[in-house]
Design a protein. Structure first.
Length: 623
């Protein structure tokens, strides 16, 4: 939790008891007594899944505040009979009470040692993870310990802090951190979520958090930093090395999975992708094997198999059973058969594909309790960068490895979730507090990358989305930043004009990039630019990339071409019946990413009379 200038000493201890309990005696001893039905009702109110949030506050904040106010609590009448009861006890009682140094009594109808068996396996985790986490924490909690915790801040002190712009704050950890960055770095030892908008210094926060964990006594080899791709790993590792923090494991999710498989002796043959010719053969065979089977092209076949592995996380037999029960499910039966054929192909070839680097270690961890405990014991602290980009299987892998310590530091931004086609989801960021009810959430609020006008335009745009946190975003630089709009008569004229902009203004502009919604538009710009543009690209003076490909990058000057309604956003997202919160909001997030790649100058090229609605939403004048 965020540090405070006023600390008090508490005695942290847990007593789990069965049999009759004297509530009056507990109250006489100073315990705040809460009956389980009342706790369950409060939890039901705190469970608020959904993409739209009016606040960054944790929905369980009201319940969690009880542990800050009450040093001694007792929950009585606990019917420990289902995994859901254990989820309530762990997520909404023991874990937050432990973090806040409470003396806790749990009066239940079962002892923890008596619980177990298949009834406590959880489909979401594929193993009895909540029971294991509960037992781990109860063992740590049972030993009485004196701890220092922040004193609750009264409403009067909160009001005077706002008026004076002072008040309790986290201890200053590094001079270059702003107050919000510092608060995130200084957060507590449990699950911490950092909401990091474009240009807000997320990598700096991640590096300084690692430094802080080392300062708290965590050994370097007990810290795991993970992120989506290899390039990001290289950047983070380089930043840690430059900051003088050696020995930290930095791995992509695939690299992490590969390491688990290697060390457990489960790496089968070579790794690689299935050739397109083989995909076509398998797709033909699957279609022929199913009455009314649907012929899939290579991309559709690859996506279908990845969906089974990395989103649904089911075996070929489970996929075939599920498809057989689907009414009019010719496509489902075809894809399930394709999945089975593809896995048989890999088995015969003695190979694994890259999706197996995620799903295979997950199954090892789920199926073998001793192996699971062994790998969990390796990592005391787990940090995840670009959390908005991960897919269900990667989130599950990280969750399994972070348990039972649950010291998990997630950095991401739901407004930059642009890989829905790769199974990333905004709700995975927004609803993290439903998986970890006691989490602390910290927003970074300043964009240090973009000029002020660019920051303000991007903020106006993204606020039109409903599926997001409502949060502040301020300019963190003095430079104004320039936005220019360039209406053209048609798409070809736009491509030619873009090429001329590059020819006339590329030298002396710093780094320059041309961004487009599709590769086809970039090819048109390249064709119009001819040899001179090719030379500029070869010399590293200009980069041409799709907006998806620009994620995580920045340039002094960005030229966004093809900002037409029907092109960006794509026409299919504007049709009647299109997903109100999905397609169009996905496109708006992508446009937000495009705007926030520019540091000093942003040029936007579009067809006259067909300007994207996003320009108006961003407050950018278009003719």
């Amino acid at each position: 939790m965020q540090g405070s200038s006023v600390l008090s000493s508490r005695r942290r201890a847990l007593r789990w008891q069965t049999g009759p309990v004297d509530e009056r005696e507990l109250r006489r001893q100073g315990y705040f007594v809460l009956r389980y039905p009342r706790l369950a009702a409060a939890v039901a109110r705190a469970r608020r899944p959904g993409g739209g949030r009016s606040s960054l506050a944790n929905p369980a904040a009201g319940l969690l505040a009880l542990f800050a106010r009450q040093a001694r609590l007792a929950v009585v009448g606990v019917p420990v009979v289902t995994p859901d009861v254990l989820r309530i006890l762990y997520g909404y009682l023991l874990e937050p009470a432990y973090r806040r140094g409470c003396e806790l009594v749990v009066a239940a109808d079962s002892a923890l040692a008596d619980l177990g068996g298949p009834a406590f396996d959880e489909p979401a985790w594929g193993c009895p993870l909540t029971l294991e986490r509960l037992r781990y924490l109860a063992a740590a909690y049972a030993e009485p310990t004196l701890v220092l915790t922040p004193e609750p801040v009264s409403r009067w002190r909160r009001w005077t802090a706002r008026v004076s712009r002072r008040g309790d704050a986290a201890p200053r950890l590094a001079e270059r951190l702003d107050p919000e960055q510092n608060a995130a770095v200084a957060a507590g030892d449990g699950v911490v979520q950092v909401i990091a908008p474009a240009g807000s210094g997320k990598t700096t926060v991640l590096v300084e958090r690692v430094r802080e964990l080392r300062r708290r006594g965590t050994a370097a080899d007990r810290i795991l930093c993970s992120t989506f791709n290899r390039d990001a790993c290289v950047e983070i590792a380089a930043r840690l090395d430059k900051a003088g923090i050696p020995g930290i494991g930095v791995r992509s999710f695939h690299g992490l999975g590969l390491n688990i498989l290697k060390q457990e002796g489960r790496l089968r043959g070579e790794l690689g992708t299935t050739p397109d010719a083989v995909w076509r053969e398998l797709a033909d065979a699957a279609a022929a094997a199913v009455p009314g089977g649907r012929r899939l092209d290579v991309t559709a076949a690859q996506n279908a198999v990845s969906l089974y592995k990395l989103k649904l996380m089911i075996t070929p037999d489970e996929a075939l059973t599920r498809a057989a029960a689907t009414p009019d499910g010719a496509r489902a039966r075809t894809t399930a058969r394709l999945y089975a054929l593809h896995e048989e192909h890999l088995r015969r070839a003695g190979r694994l594909d890259f999706d197996d680097l995620i799903i295979a270690p997950i199954r090892l961890l789920q199926d073998d309790a001793r192996l699971r405990e062994r790998w969990q014991s390796r990592f005391e602290r787990v940090l995840v960068d670009e959390y908005q980009d991960i897919e269900p299987a990667q989130a599950l892998l990280i969750g399994l490895l972070a348990a039972p310590h649950d010291s998990l530091f997630c950095v991401g931004d739901e407004d930059q979730c642009i890989y829905a086609w790769r199974r990333a989801a905004v709700k995975r960021v927004i609803e993290l507090d439903q998986t970890y009810p006691g989490l602390e959430r910290y927003p970074l609020v300043r964009n240090y990358r973009c000029g002020r006008d660019i920051t303000h335009a991007s903020r106006r745009l993204i606020r039109c989305n409903k599926e997001r946190f409502s949060k502040p975003l301020h300019a963190g630089v003095k430079d104004r930043g320039r936005i220019h709009v360039w209406p053209q008569v048609d798409a070809r004229a736009g491509a030619m004009f873009t090429a001329s902009l590059l020819e006339d203004g590329v030298r002396g502009s710093g780094s320059v990039a041309v961004l487009a919604r599709t590769g086809r538009l970039l090819a048109s710009v390249a064709a119009c630019g001819g040899a001179s543009l090719e030379a500029a690209v070869s010399a590293g003076l200009v980069e041409l990339t799709t907006v998806h490909g620009s994620k995580g990058r920045e340039w002094d000057r960005v030229i966004l071409v093809g900002a037409d309604q029907g092109q960006f956003p794509l026409a299919r997202t504007l049709r009647v019946g299109a997903s109100a919160g999905g397609g169009l909001e996905d496109e708006r997030r992508l446009f937000y990413v495009a705007l926030t790649r520019a540091r000093r100058r942003l040029d936007i090229v579009f067809t006259r009379g067909k300007a994207s609605q996003f320009l108006k939403e961003a407050g950018i004048g278009a003719r």
